[in-house]
Design a protein around this ligand. Sequence first.
Ligand code: ADP
Ligand code: MG
Length: 257
Amino acid sequence: MPLARVATGIQGLDEMTAGGFVERSANLVEGAPGTGKTTLGLQFLMEGIENRAEAGLYLSFEEFPAQLYADAAKLGWDLRKYESEGRLRIVFTDPLSLLADLETVDGPMERLIEEFCIKRVVIDSLSHFEFISDDVFQLRDMEFRLVSALKREGCTSVLLRENANLMGETNSLSRSPFVVDSFLILRYVELESAVSKAILVLKMRGSAHHTDIRRYTIQKGGIKIESKFLGQEGILGGSPRKSRAQAFVEAFGGRRK
Ligand SMILES: Nc1ncnc2c1ncn2[C@@H]1O[C@H](COP(=O)(O)OP(=O)(O)O)[C@@H](O)[C@H]1O
Ligand SMILES: [Mg+2]
């Protein structure tokens, strides 16, 4: 039987993931500041709230609640309205309190998730766990417990993680992806003297997914996935070169014999 899917509401991403995230899965989204992680997280919740009658929970470790509401308003989403209708919960907390709450049987998180029938959860961001400990084993343990607790509650989650490298190599491929079910990367890419953004589904456990690297923009309504990067090598490294085949076509206007 095919795995049940939870549509992200981002059209091109739902195509890239063959229908969206797997139900009850944990999905890591990594990108540099400003690449659109918060936007993607909110859009995932908005899809549930606006189109599928699924309530959402946004867990933030950021210190400035007002910023989230302002950012959402710029994208066209009135978070306070959805909160007042009981379709969205936004909780500002810290990583250790969240873990403790989630792991308490009949604790505050379990009650909240049950009371509001929450199906979609966003955590902004996983990077804050790294402020607590730099011990890799302890971090893995906390991430594993977090992911397990969310699955136990029946939620499909999006875990955001900051990558300090704006253009360079992703430096954390070795950490956490193994506790999550899918891993998406958002990148800045410099191409022909302009910076654009690229999205890639790097892994998706147990299902087929596209390995295309796609361009995207952010606008009112959220992330819009656009064309593939055609004939470009080195996109992930941040400094793409035209592939030899592409350069040939451009130089000679035809196919190599
Ligand atoms: N309505 C909009 N039109 C164009 N750009 C927008 C709009 N709303 C937000 N942005 C831009 O989208 C970018 C992504 O923001 P955000 O999702 O907060 O990124 P991250 O969480 O990865 O730091 C920001 O640079 C922001 O200025
Ligand atoms: Mg953010």
